[in-house]
Design a protein around this ligand. Sequence first.
Ligand code: GUN
Length: 292
Amino acid sequence: MTVLDGKKASNDIKNEIKAEVDKMKERGEKVPHLAAIIVGNDGASLTYVGSKVRSCERVGFESTLIKMPNTTSEIELLDKIDELNQNNEIDGFIVQLPLPKQIDTQEVILAIDPDKDVDGFHPANFGKMALDMSTFIPATPFGILELLERYDVETKGKHTVVIGRSHIVGRPMSILMGRKGFPGNSTVTLTHSHTKNITQITSQADIIITALGVPGFLKAEMVKDDAVIIDVGITRVPDESRERGYYITGDVDFEQVSKKVSAITPVPGGVGPMTIAMLLKNTLLARERHRA
Ligand code: GUN
């Protein structure tokens, strides 16, 4: 059984990116600059954005963190996005989701210049992804592809079952695993809250990618021997006995499932760190495109 170590892989990727940035500096070129907008003070979102910004420092990127209050109006956020769209110093930016309820997320995503949309959420980029055109692939799915590739997990002709159809993970993942090439060429089943007999489906899967946010959802009896399990769930479970007051867990009953399968991602230390590494990779790509 192989534990797919996203922490190690993401470290390797960050080192590769840093080497590219060092070369840019030697040539006297501008280094990539990522900006992140966060609206409100959700603890988990602040943690994620904080580690995105810290990772920029680690690879030699410039970064800008823009914190806006929970009461921000949609117009105020759209104005800020426009400012970043116009600012030639910024190569790429993200608006951390979820947003407070007075703001329409779709309007926000549509306002981002697709050339700076390093999350790959704009419909122009999502469409390009679905049509195999060069674009920004959303960081979490991109990180999963990269992990499968680095561990040489065979995907061709395999049955991949994706659990969850979110715009950020499940939906793009289902498209990417069915694409031509490697990783890809899978036969994909996309399951969601209305799927009947999910155990019947998951127990036929060679690869399961679960992105639900329900701790311990995937149990050993739902999984066939030697399957490959990718756990995208990240849930904070309150626990007063821990210093932080919570612990992080995934969608998979790791202890039982890991005894049966050929490969599995841990939580934490699996898909999560890959997401940040691929956001940096998209930002590097944005800089290279803006230079060209
Ligand atoms: N919230 C959870 N995941 C993501 C992500 O990948 N990008 C953004 N912008 N917000 C998120």
